[in-house]
Design a binder for this molecule. Structure first.
Ligand code: C2O
Length: 554
């Protein structure tokens, strides 16, 4: 591979959306941020210089960071933030991966505006395992807030109440014509008839799982989270924050007399209020024409009728199960699915919301002077004031974290039934320590303590295999016999279904400290996160090297 250099200048930029201009934190003044392109095997040197008042870090979401954990990016997990006026060089090699990923700020809620796609092409002269597309188009979903998102989350943390929701969903930063004052901010994809397009879809939204459809066009899913899958056709994609999906879109053989709407809308299961907003973009056919009559024809095409897609019903709770069941690894000789067959350690984690007690100065407005928190096995994770990875590497863990993160919930109850009598959760900075190359099985169970919700769980540093998925309570006697160990989806973010569970397996072959959290920013802020400490192996190439000299200090 080669070495590619990027410069990320973090700076404020005035951006107008929905008839309102505000100053947002950006990379190089761009919103969404610049695209990173590399090939499998390349080394990326990305120099991040912070010119804004906020502290910042950047995370390369889905990049495995094999023995390069210092470049992973989550604030207070692998590094201290880059402070105003400072720089940090992220240095990592893309090993054994190709596909669509993304980068985003990984501190507070700055990823609301600080994000962009990562495209990793296969090695030179290595084809895709699907028809070579005519064109590749990244589409990155996001949210637009009229308010300052840092203020939104600070206020929510102070009061213990739910933060405000965004004002629009976006595609490539543009809300589209269904929002007030947004018609000119519409993403348009001009296509030629009879061609295959590769859409690289990324969900960078803060808090919503999304449906995505293109009117009158079937999509063929060929990759998720930068791993090829057995191709399957669908009218609608379901994509949680933190997930990426590559689809092939074959255009009609002849340019039809219509313009087609591409739409994304949140999927919210359970009784939560449905946010009826939909972001739309346009798929416009170009007609082959001589240069002379081009102008006239294109004018006519502006007046073509609009065809809208049909998205699944909001209450279609079976859709996520059906859709996710279809995602299967290629599992062939060229792309084997390396599912751990034997398991060294089993974990059962409950994920969900609960109530936390309040300190006096927080003035919490929740029931009985409590605040809403989110927890794994009743532990609501608190970030330390220094980075976990530094504490681990230099063996200075005292007062930073403890190693007693529970492998099982502290008490059993009907997770998808009535809430238990005690809904209070504990706070703490606890980790699980895993010896090098531990083979892990982890069952993630959604709880309905305060309403059932789906949780996109993201694991840093690894891909995992989704070996099981079900509704209701996980049954340790019956369910494991149905696990798929042949061709399960391999990914870095999985939706724990509302009122259900997923089982994943991974091999802890990457020494370092690896964050795992719900990729809904509101749940992360409330504590739905934890970390795995993976110890060095015995051989030199199984150890994490020391930190770079410019690693920021807290
Ligand atoms: Cu994309 Cu820890 O996140």
């Amino acid at each position: 591979g080669i070495t590619r250099h990027y410069k990320f200048d973090i700076k404020l930029q005035k951006v107008t959306r929905l008839c309102q201009t505000k100053s947002i934190v950006t990379v190089n003044g761009q919103f969404p941020g610049p695209r990173i392109i590399a090939r499998e095997g390349d080394t990326l040197l990305i120099k991040v210089a912070n010119h804004v008042p906020n502290n910042i870090t950047i995370h390369w979401h889905g990049i495995r960071q094999l023995r390069s954990g210092w470049a992973d990016g989550p604030a207070y997990v692998t590094q201290c933030p880059i402070q105003t006026g400072q720089t940090y060089l992220y240095n990592f090699t893309v090993t054994g991966q190709r596909g669509t990923l993304f980068w985003h700020a990984h501190i507070s809620w700055l990823r609301a505006t600080v994000y962009g796609p990562i495209v990793i092409l296969p090695k030179r002269n290595v084809p895709y395992p699907f028809p070579q597309p005519f064109k590749e188009v990244p589409i990155i979903f996001g949210e637009w807030w009229k308010a300052d998102t840092e203020r939104v989350i600070n206020q929510a943390t102070q009061t213990g109440l739910a933060p405000n929701v965004s004002d629009a969903y976006t595609m490539n930063g543009l809300p589209g014509p269904l929002y007030n004052c947004s018609a000119k901010d519409t993403f348009k994809l001009k296509v030629k008839p009879g061609k295959t397009y590769l859409l690289r879809l990324v969900n960078a939204a803060l808090n919503n799982e999304l449906f995505f459809s293109v009117a009158n066009h079937t999509l063929t899913v060929v990759e998720v989270d930068a791993v090829y899958v057995k191709p399957f056709k669908t009218q609608t994609i379901l994509i949680t924050p933190g997930q990426t999906t590559n689809v092939l879109l074959r255009t009609k053989p002849k340019a039809p007399n219509a313009t087609f709407v591409m739409a994304a809308r949140p999927y919210i299961s359970g009784p939560a209020a449905f946010d009826n907003s939909t972001t739309t973009a346009l798929l416009e056919y170009e007609k082959a024409s001589s240069p002379n009559d081009k102008k006239k024809k294109n004018n006519n095409r502006n007046k073509l009728p609009l065809v809208r897609p049909v998205l699944p019903q909001l209450n279609d709770t079976s859709f996520p199960f059906k859709y996710n069941q279809k995602i299967r690894s290629l599992a062939n000789a060229k792309f084997p699915a390396k599912v751990p067959k034997a398991v060294d350690r089993k974990f059962f984690f409950t994920v969900g919301l609960g109530l936390g007690s309040c300190s006096k100065r927080q003035a919490c407005q929740g029931p009985n002077n409590t605040r809403v928190l989110a927890a794994i096995n009743n532990v609501s994770f608190v970030l330390p004031n220094t980075a976990l990875l530094q504490a681990h590497f230099f063996n200075k863990t005292k007062g930073v974290y403890t190693t007693d993160f529970p492998a099982n919930p502290p008490f059993k109850f009907n997770y998808t039934g009535n809430p238990p009598s005690n809904m209070l959760v504990n706070t703490g900075t606890k980790v699980v320590v895993l010896p090098y190359k531990t083979s892990v099985e982890l069952v993630l169970q959604d709880t309905s303590i305060i309403g059932a919700e789906s949780h996109p769980l993201h694991l840093h540093g690894f891909n995992f295999f989704v070996v099981g998925l079900g509704s209701g309570n996980f049954d340790p006697k019956k369910d494991p016999s149905k696990f798929n160990l042949l061709d399960p989806a391999e990914r870095n973010t999985v939706g724990v279904p509302s009122g259900g569970w997923v089982a994943i397996r991974f091999l802890a072959d990457n020494p370092g400290v690896w964050f795992m959290h719900c990729h809904l920013e509101v749940h992360t802020s409330w504590g739905l996160k934890m970390a795995w400490v993976v110890l060095d192996g015995k051989r030199p190439h199984q150890k994490l090297p020391p930190p770079p000299s410019d690693l920021p200090k807290c």
